[in-house]
Design a protein around this ligand. Structure first.
Ligand code: UDP
Ligand code: MG
Length: 175
């Protein structure tokens, strides 16, 4: 049976964590023949996120949480999640539901049955995000694409499900 690990970096997410948990477990439990774990990485939150995560871990044996001693940033939280995930497929998701949980099933199917190593969500609509932020975001990708030879897709972020093979390859890069 395949296991899906969901990694969730959390910084001051007390308002949304119960809803996130409800939505994500609902989707995961609807996927047939899989086991799952949800790894919350509490990145030095100042609010009651840790108390909520403690309750979730107590309530559901598929839920785990790790707490950093201070805020190290999302990348450190994602890396800690990757190091501790035991799934055959690993997905990184924001806690604030900006990464739609209903896509998990589709992502899993494309990795498993079409044998891809990675399936990423891409934003095609930035409505509601403010003009300045949109401008800065688009500018960032333009500059990165000029500075490097890499084709970084504007809108494809870190909401992605990866095969175990890909996770192991990332973990070999210690930087
Ligand atoms: N996050 C984190 N550490 C930080 C900042 C953010 O773990 O120092 C988490 C946050 O809780 C959320 C995800 O990273 O789950 C994305 O953060 P946010 O929604 O603020 O980013 P944006 O929507 O601007 O990409
Ligand atoms: Mg967000």
């Amino acid at each position: 049976m395949d296991k899906i690990s969901v990694i969730v970096p959390c910084f001051n997410e007390e308002d949304v964590l119960p809803l996130f948990y409800k939505e994500v477990t609902h989707v995961l439990e609807s996927i047939e023949n899989i086991d799952y774990e949800i790894l919350f990485i509490n990145d030095g939150s100042h609010d009651h996120s840790e108390d909520i995560l403690k309750l979730l871990a107590h309530k559901n044996p598929h839920c785990f949480y790790y707490s950093f001693s201070r805020n190290f940033g999302k990348e450190a939280a994602m890396y800690a999640g990757l190091e501790n995930a035991s799934g055959d497929y690993v997905v990184i998701m924001d806690a604030d539901l900006q990464h739609p949980p209903y896509l998990l099933k589709e992502m899993y199917n494309s990795l498993k049955y079409e044998e891809y190593d990675c399936c990423a969500g891409k934003r095609i609509d930035r409505t509601g995000e403010g003009k300045l932020r949109n401008f800065l975001s688009h500018s960032f990708y333009k500059v990165i694409q000029k500075l490097t030879k890499m084709d970084m897709d504007d809108g494809a972020g870190d909401f992605r499900m990866m095969s175990r093979q890909m996770v192991n390859a990332i973990l070999e890069l210690k930087e």
